[in-house]
Write a protein that binds this ligand. Sequence first.
Ligand code: UD1
Ligand code: CA
Length: 452
Amino acid sequence: MSQRSCLSVILAAGEGTRMKSALPKVLHQIAGLPMVAHVVKAAEAAGASSQALVIGHGADEMRKAAAKFAPKAETFVQEKRLGTAHAVLAARDAISKGYNDILVMFGDTPLIDADALTVARLKLAEGAAVVVIGFRPPNPTGYGRLIEKGGKLIAVREEKDCSAEERKIGFCNAGMMAVAGSQALTLLDAVGNKNAKGEYYLTDIVEIASAQGLDVVATEASFESALGINNRAELAQAEGIWQARRRHEAMLSGVTLIAPETVYFSHDTEIGADTIVEPNVWFGQGVKIATGAKIHAFSHFEGATIASNCEVGPFARLRPGADLKNKAKVGNFCEVKQATIEEGAKVNHLTYIGDARVGAGANIGAGAITCNYDGYSKFFTDIGEGAFIGSNSSLVAPVTIGKRGYIASGSVITESVPDDALAFGRARQKTIPGKAKELRERFASAAAAKKK
Ligand code: UD1
Ligand code: CA
């Protein structure tokens, strides 16, 4: 099979009016990735090394997005939406390059798994000319029905063109098809538009191929994997299914999720075995966690790297560029951005560390802040290994705290501190014996005079 070349043609020209959105439908995201990118990924996983993306509505935006999620894909514009067969033919130039297998997919079916596509390709390898991926939705209304005879598929009938008897069929067209590359263009060119909608139906190639005596079969995918998204309620439903799958995968790979339904992953989250994730944790894009980390409740991550045996949260926010080395700790109400927290360093309470390095074993006291921004530019703070930053200190960047440096609590540090030095950056304390008593008496008699 791997020797068979494969092109996926992904249809994404539609407007998706029911999304009620300025964004083209297929660019709405699931797990932080456009739905059409999920489709591309599934096609790639099933061995489609080339992709043709058929676009129309919002073509410029689609091209821009595709350059990111599918840089190798060729885009083809379908000027008028004349039906799914017409849309596939927009990619004629790609199809005519002569692939063994053509996979036709819809950009709004983001949960399709590679297995269903692989099964369809295997049928092509066994000699089928057309393979339709079918499914059994709880309510078949609106779907094309698969009409079979003696184990072979003889037609796909769109709902509007079905007889009352055909409408009773529960086995429906999920929309995905595998077509033998050698037959694809001949079959597609034979499709007409004499039907209820006056469109060129891709599904008509089934009847055409079958009438020519070619082998046409249906395979079956799960309802979930064939779910098509038309509105934001279905988008949320697909997100839910995606998250459930991903949580399950994470748990089977050795990650403990105490309340899995409250943990949200991104499409690219990497998380190692023996990590424990407490409830209500959000993984944005680009998060990598090695093994044995403890992620406490209500933490929010994006673009962060967490090495082995770190402890993070509760209520921690790791922003892009947060890089925690082994056994580092970032505690409650701390924010870390574009900063390395070296091995065993502790940033435990109410702290902002941005554009900084915190050396190995350093301890950052409660409420300490790196003042990295003057309103115009960002500056770097370097904290040496074993340093101690007293509570409620402000380190005004650019500034360097030497190894084992010691910053007194409440300091505002504007000049660098050498290794092993102690720095104070605050007013000296003044204590006046008896003064509190005298003040109280004065205030009390003033208040009494007012009342009279
Ligand atoms: C299609 C199938 C139907 C199947 C259903 C599954 C056909 C004729 N019918 O119906 O059998 O049960 O999907 O969801 O194929 N598109 C274009 N250009 C066009 C027309 C469509 O790019 O000219 C794209 C749309 O953006 C969409 C996809 O093709 O992503 C499917 O088109 P749609 O009109 O939604 O087809 P359905 O009527 O749902
Ligand atoms: Ca549809």
